[in-house]
Design a protein around this ligand. Sequence first.
Ligand code: PLP
Length: 232
Amino acid sequence: MSIEENLNRIRERIAAAAGRAGRDPEQITLVAVSKTKNADMVRQALAAGQLEFGENYLQEAAVKIPQLPDECRWHCIGHIQSNKARLAAEIFDVVETVDRLKIALALERHLAAIGKIMPVYIQVNIGREPQKAGVMPEEAAVLAREVTACAHLRLSGLMAIPPHSQEAEKSRAYFRALRELGAELSNTPSPGVSLGLSMGMSGDFETAIEEGATLVRVGTAIFGGRSLKKRL
Ligand SMILES: *Cc1c(COP(=O)(O)O)cnc(C)c1O
């Protein structure tokens, strides 16, 4: 299957999942996760109408992004070390992995210097996994207020990666928990503004949509598998 065929298939599955949940498919953004995939593969997706892309590794993204047209929108979905915050501020259009005050402040400083506003998501460690990035659910409200106080950050929502499982159904309770947390925080950016939910990957994006995802991050089902060796 070509990248275009894969994308069309994913779009159909997104629409079907939205339909089951009584939601408008237009409310759901598909981010094509292009980590480890070359610029040519991104171009094929772009030719098939895909504009939003996700990258995990800063160095890889810094090489790839300049090779592609400006119309692409780049989401940072990987962990950001504070010495990389400047690069992240410069090259990305959305940062989905704000997980501590230090990173929020570092992004704010660099964004202010270049006069750029950045939509951001707070990454929540929804499964409370010790090895995983993300703020603990009970700390999300404080971080959300701190992010909101940063003039160059626009709080767009919450992002989470549930504990790994082969069964999509196992992710459902985590997606629901993120949705409930989002509802609790919905007055944080400004009263009445609801937060987006970035949740769901190749194996479980339909379940995520049923539970309220507004953004799904899909890599393998669009671009094929990744071998660890090709990571950088
Ligand atoms: C790699 C990655 C994805 C995409 O995963 P697939 O299973 O290939 O769809 C989504 N989100 C994050 C944060 C990732 O690191």
